[in-house]
Design a protein around this ligand. Structure first.
Ligand code: AMP
Length: 148
C-alpha cells in the first residue's frame, strides 16, 4: 500500500511553536510562513521553513501555502548563503516516518553544505542556546540586506 497522509494533529511541536506555546529562534515570519533555527542542526545555519497552514505533508498542503513556503524557502536559502558562505545549499522536505519525517507538520530544511564537512546526525544533538541565537542573528542581518 502506498504512503497515506496522517490526520493533522495540532499537538505537534511546530504547531505549538506557531501558537506561541513554545519558543523558537525565529529568523523570519510573514502571513503564511515562519522560519526558525533547527535546534538539532545538522550543520551550522540549518534553518526550518514552516507553513502556518495545518498540514502534515506535501500531499495535503494547499497549492497557495506551498507557493508561499517555496518563496520563503528561497529567501532563507539566499540568507543562509550570504551568512554562512557554504560551498552548496541543500533543501529537503520529508513525508512520512519511512522518509525520515519526525515532526508531522510540513516543513522545509535549508542546509548549508561544505565540501570538506559531513553532516551531524538528523535530529539528534541539541545545539547550545547562545550558538543558535548567534546564528539566528546572522540570518536576520543577512535577510535585512537582501532585496527580496
Ligand atoms: P523532520 O525529521 O524532517 O520532521 O525534521 C524535524 C526537524 O525538527 C529535525 O531536524 C529536528 O532537529 C527539528 N526540531 C525538533 N524539535 C524542534 C524545536 N523545538 N525547534 C526547532 N527544531 C526542532
Amino acid at each position: 500500500m502506498s504512503y497515506q497522509s496522517p490526520e493533522y494533529n495540532a499537538a505537534n511541536i511546530f504547531a505549538r511553536i506557531l501558537r506561541g506555546e513554545l519558543p523558537c529562534y525565529k529568523v523570519y515570519e510573514d502571513a503564511h510562513t515562519i522560519a526558525f533555527m533547527d535546534i538539532m542542526p545538522q550543520a551550522d545555519g540549518h534553518t526550518l521553513v514552516v507553513p502556518k497552514e495545518g498540514a502534515p505533508d506535501i500531499l495535503t498542503l494547499s497549492p497557495e501555502a506551498a507557493a508561499a513556503a517555496i518563496h520563503t524557502t528561497q529567501r532563507i536559502a539566499r540568507a543562509v548563503n550570504k551568512a554562512f558562505a557554504p560551498d552548496g545549499l541543500l533543501v529537503t522536505q520529508f513525508n512520512g516516518e519511512a522518509a525520515g519525517q519526525t515532526v508531522a507538520h510540513i516543513h522545509f530544511h535549508v542546509l548549508p553544505r561544505y565540501t570538506d564537512q559531513s553532516f551531524r546526525r538528523h535530529a539528534r544533538e541539541q545545539q547550545q542556546a547562545e550558538v543558535l541565537k548567534e546564528h539566528a542573528d546572522r540570518l536576520i542581518a543577512a535577510l535585512s540586506e537582501l532585496s527580496d
